[in-house]
Design a protein around this ligand. Structure first.
Ligand code: AHR
Length: 501
C-alpha cells in the first residue's frame, strides 16, 4: 500500500485556471471539418462551429484558447480573415509543403472570438513576428480592442458585425522564432520583440499582455541569451518591462506507435512527460537571474504527445492527426498535476492541440465526433481551476531501472476551492499493477461526502473511435471518505476525488 498525504497547511498559492488552456492552429483538420463545419453544413452547428464540440468543450471550462498558430501564425495576415466570408482570399499556408492544403480564411478574427465566447474561453492571439511589420500587428490590436466607433479600424470592426471591442488580452509576439518563426538567434528574436512590443504597447489604452518566444524544450541557453538581450538598457527602455509572459514548447514523442506501443515504450513516454518538471524548474531558475521578482510568467503554450502520423480516423489526411489512448491520458494527468504543483511558476499552459491533431481532446469528421481519453482528464481535473493548491506528500515510491531516470509510481495533486471542497487527482503510472492508496490529511482531515470519477481501462492501449465512441470514459460514483481510507487505482488508471465539506 502507498500513502498520499494532503498537507492543508502548505500551499504554493492559487492554481491559475489558465494552466488548463488549449491551442487551435490552422493546420490539417483542426478547423476545417474539425471545429468549423460552416453555417450551411448538415452537421448541427452554432454559427458555423460544430455544436457537439462546442457543447462538450464548454463543459470542461476552457479558460483560454491560443490561435491561429503555431507555425501558421508566422505567415498569417489577419486582414485575410475579416470582412465578408465569400470575398476572403484563399492562401497557401505555412503547412502547404507538408500536406498541399490551402487556407480558405473562413475562420478569421470574428469567427474565432465568437467560438471563444460560445465555449467561455479567453482568446490568446499569436501574432506574426516574421513576415509582417510591427504596424500590421499594432493595427490588429487596434482593430480588436479599440473602443466602439473611435477609429477607422474600430468602425471597420463594427461594419463587420462587432461594434463592441473584442478585448483580446493575451498576445504572443512570434512563435518558435528559433525555428519555423524565422530561424532567429535569441538576440535577433529579442530585438524583433523589442520593436514589435514597443510599437504595439500603445495601440489601445489597456496594454496587452505580451508573450515573448521562449525556448524549445530544455534550451536554457536560449532563455538566458534572450533575457540578457532584453535586459539591456537602451535609452532608458528595457524590453524586459514589456514582457508579461515567456513561452516554452515541449512535446513528448518517439516512444513507439500511438496504438501498439510496448510496455517499455509506455514507461519511456511517461519519463518524457516527467521531464517537464526539469523544464519548468530550470527555466524558472534561469528567469530568476533576470526577473527576481517573478513579474514574468512562464507560459507552456504548446505541450503534449507527438506520435507518428496516420493513427487518426482520417488515416493520415489530416496532418499530425493522432489517436489518443490511456497513455496520452496519463501524460496529460502527470502534466496537469505537475502544473498544479508548480502553480507559483506556471502562469498559463496550452495543450496541443484541440481537435484532429496532436494530443487532441476531440476527433471529428463529417457527422462523426468523439471525445478522447485526454478530454476526460481535463474533465476530471477541472475542480482544480482557481482553487488553492495543497502540497501532497507522495510516498508512492519510484520505478528504478538501471541507466534510466527514476520515475514516480504515482502522480498526484490536491487543491481546496473557495467553497471548502477538496479535489484530489491521482494517476497510477504502472501499466500492469493496481495500487492501493491510503489517503490522509496533515493539518486537517479528509472527511466528508465524496464524488469519485475513475478513468481506466483493462488495456492501456484503449481509445475511442467513431465506431466505439465510449470505449474509454469515466465511471462515477458517490460515497464518503474518511481520513486514512484506502482507494484502489487500477493499472494505468486516473482517479479524481471531490470531497464536499
Ligand atoms: O503543434 C504543431 C506545431 O508544433 C506548431 O505549429 C509549432 O509551433 C510546433 O512546432
Amino acid at each position: 500500500m502507498k500513502n498520499l498525504r494532503i498537507v492543508f497547511s502548505q500551499s504554493k498559492g492559487t492554481i491559475n485556471p489558465n494552466i488548463y488552456g488549449h491551442f487551435s492552429e490552422h493546420i490539417g483538420g483542426v478547423f476545417y471539418d474539425g471545429l468549423w463545419v460552416g453555417e450551411d453544413s448538415k452537421v448541427e452547428n452554432v454559427r458555423g462551429f460544430r455544436k457537439a464540440l462546442v457543447d462538450s468543450f464548454r463543459k470542461i471550462n476552457p479558460p483560454v484558447l491560443r490561435w491561429p498558430g503555431g507555425c501558421f501564425a508566422e505567415s498569417y495576415d489577419w486582414r485575410d480573415g475579416v470582412g465578408p466570408r465569400d470575398q476572403r482570399p484563399e492562401r497557401v499556408n505555412w503547412w502547404f509543403n507538408y500536406d498541399g492544403r490551402t487556407e480558405s480564411n473562413q475562420v478569421g478574427t470574428h469567427e474565432f472570438v465568437d467560438f471563444c465566447r460560445q465555449v467561455g474561453a479567453e482568446p490568446y492571439f499569436a501574432a506574426n513576428m516574421t513576415s509582417v511589420t510591427p504596424l500590421h500587428i499594432r493595427n490588429w490590436i487596434e482593430y480588436c480592442n479599440m473602443d466602439e466607433g473611435r477609429t477607422t479600424l474600430a468602425r471597420e470592426r463594427g461594419e463587420n458585425g462587432s461594434p463592441e471591442p473584442f478585448g483580446v488580452k493575451y498576445w504572443g509576439i512570434g512563435n518558435e522564432n528559433w525555428g519555423g518563426g524565422g530561424s532567429m538567434t535569441p538576440e535577433m528574436c529579442a530585438r524583433e520583440y523589442m520593436k514589435f512590443s514597443t510599437v504595439c504597447a500603445s495601440a489601445v489604452k489597456e496594454k496587452p499582455k505580451f508573450v515573448i518566444c521562449g525556448a524549445n524544450g530544455h534550451d536554457i541557453e536560449w532563455t538566458r541569451r534572450l533575457l540578457a538581450e532584453c535586459e539591456q538598457d537602451i535609452h532608458g527602455r528595457r524590453a524586459l518591462r514589456n514582457i508579461w509572459g515567456m513561452s516554452v514548447h515541449y512535446y513528448c514523442g518517439g516512444a513507439g506507435d500511438p496504438l501498439t506501443f510496448t510496455e517499455s515504450e509506455w514507461y519511456q513516454m511517461l519519463r518524457q512527460a516527467d521531464y517537464m518538471r526539469r523544464i519548468v524548474d530550470d527555466h524558472r531558475a534561469a528567469m530568476d537571474e533576470f526577473d527576481p521578482d517573478r513579474r514574468i510568467g512562464l507560459i507552456v503554450d504548446e505541450w503534449g504527445c507527438w506520435h507518428p502520423d496516420g493513427s487518426g480516423p482520417s488515416k493520415g489526411y489530416n496532418l499530425f492527426e493522432q489517436q489518443s489512448t490511456m497513455r496520452d491520458a496519463m501524460v496529460a494527468a502527470m502534466t496537469l498535476n505537475l502544473f498544479n504543483n508548480r502553480c507559483d511558476v506556471v502562469a498559463m499552459a496550452n495543450v496541443a492541440q484541440l481537435c484532429n491533431n496532436l494530443h487532441c481532446l476531440f476527433l471529428a469528421g463529417g457527422e462523426h465526433f468523439i471525445e478522447t481519453p485526454t478530454y476526460h482528464v481535463f474533465d476530471l481535473f477541472k475542480g482544480h481551476q482557481g482553487a488553492k493548491q495543497l502540497e501532497v506528500v507522495n510516498e508512492g515510491g519510484y520505478f528504478e531501472e538501471e541507466g534510466k531516470v527514476r520515475l514516480e509510481r504515482l502522480t498526484a495533486s490536491a487543491s481546496e476551492a473557495a467553497d471548502g471542497s477538496v479535489t484530489i487527482t491521482i494517476g497510477n503510472l504502472s501499466c500492469t499493477e493496481a495500487e492501493e492508496i491510503c489517503l490522509s490529511g496533515v493539518g486537517g482531515e479528509l472527511n466528508g461526502k465524496a464524488e469519485f470519477a475513475l478513468l481506466a481501462a483493462d488495456d492501456v492501449h484503449a481509445h475511442n473511435t467513431f465506431e466505439q465512441p465510449e470505449n474509454v470514459k469515466p465511471v462515477r460514483w458517490e460515497g464518503a471518505l474518511s481520513d486514512g481510507d484506502t482507494v484502489t487505482v487500477p493499472a494505468g488508471g486516473i482517479l479524481a476525488i471531490t470531497l464536499r465539506k
